[in-house]
Design a protein around this ligand. Sequence first.
Ligand SMILES: [Zn+2]
Length: 300
Amino acid sequence: MTAPRWIGIGALTALILAGQGGDAARAADSGPAAASAAVTGLATARGDDFRLSGELTQGGWLRGLAPAGARLVQLNGAPVEVAPDGQFLIAFDRDSGPAATLTATLANGRTLTRALTISPRAWQIERVPVGPRPGATPSEAFQRIRAGELAQINAARSINSPSEGWRQSFLWPATGRISGRFGSQRIYNGIPGSYHSGLDIATGTSGTPFVAPADGVVILAAERPFTLEGNLLMIDHGMGLNSAFLHCSQILVKVGDRVRRGQVIGRIGATGRATGPHLHWSIKWRDARLDPLLFLGAAK
Ligand SMILES: [Zn+2]
């Protein structure tokens, strides 16, 4: 097995710490909140301003600590769920615009605003000098099956479990060759196809076990292969963050199971629409599609 090749994500990494709000000494604390902060690199002392750390770029995320006394945090005017210890997660779609606004409404009625700049990514674009494949009109039978599958996926995504996986640094679910990157897109004779929504990891064979990249709750475990995704497994990491694993040859957990970071949850396969055995891993936060590579920190 070869180690995954690491691309130049480091250049895109943004580490933002508020100018106010305490230093490392003040942040020293004990208890579970401090332990999780050690994982995410986020200080736990709540100050006068937001403390933020993460990947402020398209397909990226920020973990934050709300200012002391915040009773409401909003991203672009939409409420953001905040944990009892003040930590929260926000993320930015693959096609996110460059500007976002984070606000905290404090108990004294004051509003604190942080303007965020989301850096653009240079997506891998392949121009193909042919038209899109003239797909046959899907049959009625297919459309009926597909509607049921999409309903299952949407129902799963609407589950918000109390999982704390969103606080963790993520593991590679499997070690292998990156055979497809998040966000890559083909343009057929000027007509853009849909972009690749996940990270493909190929180990060369079917049956290779893969693990949960972070703690979570199983929200979908297909009992029979979906038309496109094949055997589909979805894990909720809490706070609106979830992972999907496609094309599995076998799913080793069931809906409702709590899984641990590093626990074997399935086997890689080529079920559904796949040209060979690989694990397609996608991550969403609410409706935003995210780049799994940005959750992984550094390559092994
Ligand atoms: Zn894929």
